[in-house]
Design a protein around this ligand. Structure first.
Ligand SMILES: *Cc1c(COP(=O)(O)O)cnc(C)c1O
Length: 366
């Protein structure tokens, strides 16, 4: 009898489905034998990487035989300066995905639960179920997090709440007053993870909270951020948490000794110093979002209002055939059936010519 490894896996892992990434350009080239493909599928920064970052990486290549600095001193120093926090409040991650998982490993067991919203980022259920904990999923309100319902859903055994602001894949966001009221309602033995992966794109008129403003008052708050989106370093995998030093100390116990590689450390440090690149990245997104949404309106399409670098379009019918037809026109977007949103496609904001091509392809397909 062959061994049934599925039966040997922990029950949490048995229930998991692997994360489905956006289709890589090279994969589509292989599959369809076409070239000149654009990818608007993974919420990446569409610009070429910062010159400062590229120089820093070139300089760092001579050190590749050595392990990286396991404490990430240089990057932590730069983050502490930039955000006026103490270095012992910082935890670096191999992407902020790493941070989200470390939190689950520190605080969750099969006897505990974590709460997050319906249509929230797919990594939350993965991280929670992988450690065998219970995932409490709270119905969304107009596709957005319902913070009151999330607070109501917390059970005595709840140890973690994951919130994304703005959220992926919906692009929805919550306001400062809502978050403030929420934090005041949460027991202090429940750790609230505020995932600000797209926080740089929140402009002033959103009136969204800045997680850092709450850290002094709420020791149970962990703010998670990344260099993958507005800073344009998705390939390098670097993110971080800002929290109470006691929580940072716990995260530090379970992370891999060298979880962030040397090129990622020097690149992120350089990226933090390149304010012009960040501004350009944000501005490219702002104008690209306007171009995309105006074009969608012209096509008679509806979408969820978004403050991130992507928009979720509602085709009001199975969107998979539309996704496939876009692929045949060399345009990769993201189907959302795995989020229980089979009638939606998520489209990342690209460069002006990429947005135009997407709109043209959509016009053809429809
Ligand atoms: C992209 C994303 C992240 C960050 O992923 P990295 O691991 O830092 O690349 C975190 N949270 C959400 C909601 C995201 O969409």
């Amino acid at each position: 009898m062959p061994v049934d490894y599925l039966a040997l896996a922990t029950s949490g892992v048995q229930a998991l489905h692997p994360y489905q990434p956006g289709k890589p350009v090279e994969t589509l080239e292989r599959e369809l034998g076409i070239t000149n493909i654009i990818k608007l599928a993974s919420n990446e920064c569409p610009l070429a990487p910062s010159e400062k970052v590229q120089l820093a990486i070139r300089d760092a290549m001579s050190q590749l035989t050595r392990y990286p600095d396991g404490n990430g001193y240089g990057l932590k120093r730069a983050l502490a300066d930039t955000y006026t926090v103490a270095e012992d409040q910082l935890t670096l991650g191999n992407g902020s995905n790493d941070i989200l998982e470390l939190l689950a490993r520190v605080f969750l067991t099969p006897d505990t639960s974590a709460v997050f919203s319906q249509y929230a980022f797919a990594v939350y259920p993965l991280a929670v179920k992988a450690v065998g904990a219970q995932a409490i999923v709270v119905p969304a309100q107009d596709w957005a997090h319902d913070l009151e319902a999330i607070a109501d859903a917390i059970e005595p055994n709840t140890r973690l709440v994951y919130l994304a602001n703005p959220n992926n894949p919906t692009g929805t966001w919550f306001r400062d007053a809502e978050f403030n009221a929420f934090m005041h309602r949460i027991r202090d033995d429940v750790v609230v993870v505020l995932d600000e992966a797209y926080g740089e794109y929140l402009d002033d008129d959103t009136d969204a909270p800045n997680g850092l403003d709450y850290l002094k008052q709420f020791r149970n708050l962990v703010v998670s951020r990344t260099f993958s989106k507005a800073y344009g370093l998705a390939a390098l995998r670097v993110g971080y948490a800002i929290s109470d030093p006691e929580i940072a100390n716990l995260l530090n116990r379970v992370r891999q000794p060298f979880n962030v590689n040397h090129l990622a450390l020097v690149a992120a440090t350089a990226a933090l110093s390149d304010k012009a690149f960040l501004q350009q990245s944000i501005e490219t997104n702002r104008s690209g979002m306007e171009q995309l949404t105006k074009g969608l309106v012209r096509l008679g399409l509806t979408f969820i209002p978004s403050k991130a670098n992507f928009v979720c379009v509602n085709f009001k019918r199975d969107a998979m055939p539309i996704y496939q037809q876009l692929l045949h026109r060399g345009v990769i977007v993201r189907p959302l059936a795995n989020y229980d949103m089979p009638e939606f496609l998520r489209i990342s904001v690209g460069l002006p010519e990429e947005n135009a091509r997407l709109l043209e392809a959509l016009n053809d397909v429809l």
